[in-house]
Design a protein around this ligand. Sequence first.
Ligand code: NDP
Length: 251
Amino acid sequence: MNSFNSLVYIWIGVGIITFVTLLLLKVRAPYGRHSSEKWGKMIDNRLGWFIMELPALTIFPIMTIMGPAEKNWLTWLLVALWLFHYVYRTIIFPFRLRTKGKKMTITIVFSAIVFNGMNGFLNGYFLGYLYQIDDSIKFISPNILIGLLIFFIGMTINRSADLRLISLRKENTDYQIPGKWLFDYISCPNHFGEIIEWIGFAIIAWSLPTLCFAIWTCCNLIPRALDHHMWYKEKFASYPTERKAVIPFIL
Ligand code: NDP
């Protein structure tokens, strides 16, 4: 357990270094609107999303289910919530995208495979191999009820924002300024929702690997939201000045 925890702490450190590097060097992760050929060979955007999310979809549930640790209802709840997210992100989301012909660099696909693979491994190893059943954990535990509420609020915001953004792009149209709903407060409700979602997951599971996942989600998505926000301001002179990037009224 000690060496496993050390590995998780190292991975948290890598996440924080990534966060600081993205912010200090002002690197815009090259996919979507920041896509660029200078980062290497390009592949179809939808295929890229599918390939890079597949390790997360598969590794966590397989390791959890195959591992020797005893399972309880909390194990199955966590697997179900994980699958609920990753079936959407891996299979449904890419095929909803309306950006036909868009490409993504394999550098992004590769780095996301590393992140998703490691994240799936750490969480799957913990639940499948190290988890010890604690009979005192009840479904009505405050952390589980509060975590579930936060998880589903985050997921609803994330999916709703994804849908609203995707539907902004009708055939042959360029980017537009999103408006109404949470977009009146922040540029990236999709990233905001995803951050809330994995914080909720960490509160339910109350484990080091899920905390690590929530921290990594912030490290990935806060710089991306700041980049999107800056990009909107550069592209649209009329972009609302009072709008924040990712946390309403704050950031
Ligand atoms: P974006 O907001 O950049 O794009 C989402 C989709 O909407 C794309 O198809 C994009 O087109 C389109 N779109 C976005 N804004 C506009 C606009 N103003 N006008 C027209 N079309 C628009 O999302 P991301 O690519 O950053 O992320 C996608 C999802 O993946 C999010 O839900 C995010 O939370 C999640 N994610 C999670 C990560 C994690 O670490 N857990 C990491 C990265 C993403 P186009 O592709 O042409 O830009």
